[in-house]
Structure formats: structure tokens, C-alpha cells
Design a binder for this molecule. Structure first.
Ligand code: ADP
Length: 244
């Protein structure tokens, strides 16, 4: 469903991703962990071409972008439509109501009929447990509720893959669980997901594969039970000792 092959990305002289390859099968959940600055966010942003790597390929479903070739805007747009991105700080539009936030992508990008977009948005809002909040504005919601709207919004374009960039790290501890539960539900329904998170219990419970990154490399990857209980690499051991 999703493949990243030999991706390298630099900012100036700083090489942030060094020949990264990952594959995610349909319906699987990959959790990416690693210290701050290791390249996790950049990896996600390359997956939906918010960043342009110098080298490598990204394939989503049957669409491939080869970054060593000249990029065609239409291909980028098409590929981006296959991914829903959830950001650390929700990135909701403050001047739009909750339902308008969710309808925005389908109506303006996909040119879907407003009434139809509203019905889909309502269904998604109910799915994330916020059916009664359609007409309020983001500032009237808790952080956890805003992030659940963020997830509904990312789902509204009917993506093939969902990308989560530290979706709970801006939340107060008591609000984290409700967001993780929505993500867990999505995983159980068979959504293909790449999740950058520091929530190790979520990784243990939900991930099919855990990828540990450090300094732009994938240091270790494997089933959660192997990476967490029996890490092979010293760097992984050190990181896990620090956070557990
Ligand atoms: P992580 O998500 O693991 O914390 P990031 O992917 O955000 O790591 O960042 C990796 C490295 O790339 C960091 O050193 C960061 O400062 C640098 N970086 C990220 N985005 C940019 C940018 N737009 N311009 C310059 N440097 C960047």
C-alpha cells in the first residue's frame, strides 16, 4: 500500500534522512519512535510530499513519485490526496466551525457537493464522538476534542493512508487517552497508518511494526514485542531506557 525507497533528504548541509526505506502493507500500523531531531517528522512529510527529498521514491497504492526526476504537480496532488495527515497542533482553521473544518478539503480540493460533504463530515464527527459539536468553533473545544476533529478532517478526503505526527504530544495527560482510542478504533477498522509518537503503550498495543530512528537512520525495526522487550542495538536500548 505504501512504500518509501532509498529516501535521502537534507536541509542545507544537514542530512536529515539517510537512505530510508519502509514498506507498509494494507491495513497495517507502523509506529516510528526515536529521539527528537532524528528525522521522524521529516519522514512523514516526505511521504505526502510536504517535503521534497533529493533522492528516492514514494509509492502509495499504484502511484509512484521518483524524486530524482522532475516532479509533475498533478502527480504530487494525486499522491497527496491518498494521505490524511494529523498534526501535533491540530492545525484547525480557527475561523471555521468544526463541521466546516471537516468539509473544507472535500469541498475545495475535491470539489465534492456541499450537502454530500456535510453528510460525510457528520458521520465522521459521530465516529470520533463529537456529533454534538458540529457548529462550535475550535477554541470552544478541549485539546483532545480538537485533535479528534483533526482526525475526522484528515479522514474526510477518504485517504488510503493516515499519517500521524505526534498527535498527542501537545495534550494534557488526561486528554491523551481519548485521542489514542480514536486512533485504535481506526486501526481496528483496517486503516493503514504511520504514526510518529512517544506513546509507547500505544505502540505496544497497536503497532504491527515499530521503527526506531536515530540521526536520520533506521537503527532497528521489528514487531513491538521484539523491539521493546529484546532490542538488538545499543542505541535502541539506550533510548528505551531513557523513556521508560
Ligand atoms: P523529529 O521529528 O525526529 O524530532 P525532524 O524531522 O523534525 O525530527 O527534524 C530532523 C532534523 O531536521 C532536526 O535537526 C531539525 O532541526 C531539522 N529540520 C527539520 N525541518 C527543517 C527545516 N525546514 N529547515 C531546516 N532544518 C530542519
Amino acid at each position: 500500500m505504501l512504500e518509501m525507497n532509498h529516501i535521502s533528504k537534507s536541509f542545507g548541509n544537514l542530512e536529515v534522512l539517510k537512505d530510508i526505506s519502509i514498506q507498509v502493507d494494507q491495513g497495517k500500523v507502523i509506529v516510528v519512535i526515536g529521539p527528537s531531531g532524528s528525522g521522524k517528522t521529516t519522514l512523514l512529510r516526505c511521504l505526502n510530499v510536504l517535503e521534497r527529498p533529493e533522492k528516492g521514491e514514494v509509492t502509495i497504492d499504484d502511484q509512484t513519485i521518483d524524486f530524482s526526476e522532475k516532479l509533475d504537480k498533478k502527480t504530487i496532488r494525486e499522491l497527496r490526496k491518498q494521505t490524511g495527515m494529523v498534526f501535533q497542533n491540530y492545525n484547525l482553521f480557527p475561523h471555521l466551525s468544526v463541521i466546516e473544518n471537516i468539509m473544507e478539503g472535500p469541498v475545495t480540493v475535491q470539489k465534492i457537493d456541499k450537502q454530500q460533504a456535510r453528510e460525510v463530515a457528520m458521520r465522521l464527527l459521530e465516529k470520533v464522538g463529537l456529533g454534538d459539536k458540529a457548529d462550535v468553533y475550535p477554541h470552544q473545544l478541549s485539546g483532545g476534542q480538537q485533535q479528534r476533529v483533526g482526525i475526522a478532517r484528515a479522514m474526510a478526503i477518504d485517504p488510503k493512508v493516515m499519517l500521524f505526527d505526534e498527535p498527542t504530544s501537545a495534550l494534557d495527560p488526561e486528554l491523551i487517552g481519548e485521542v489514542l482510542q480514536v486512533m485504535k478504533d481506526l486501526a481496528e477498522e483496517g486503516m493503514t497508518m504511520v504514526v510518529v509518537t512517544h506513546e509507547m503503550n500505544f505502540a505496544k498495543d497497536v503497532a504491527d511494526e515499530v521503527v526506531f530512528m536515530d540521526e536520520g537512520y533506521i537503527v532497528e525495526r521489528g514487531a513491538p514485542v521484539d523491539v521493546f522487550e529484546n532490542p538488538k542495538e545499543e542505541r535502541t536500548k539506550r533510548f528505551l531506557n531513557l523513556i521508560q
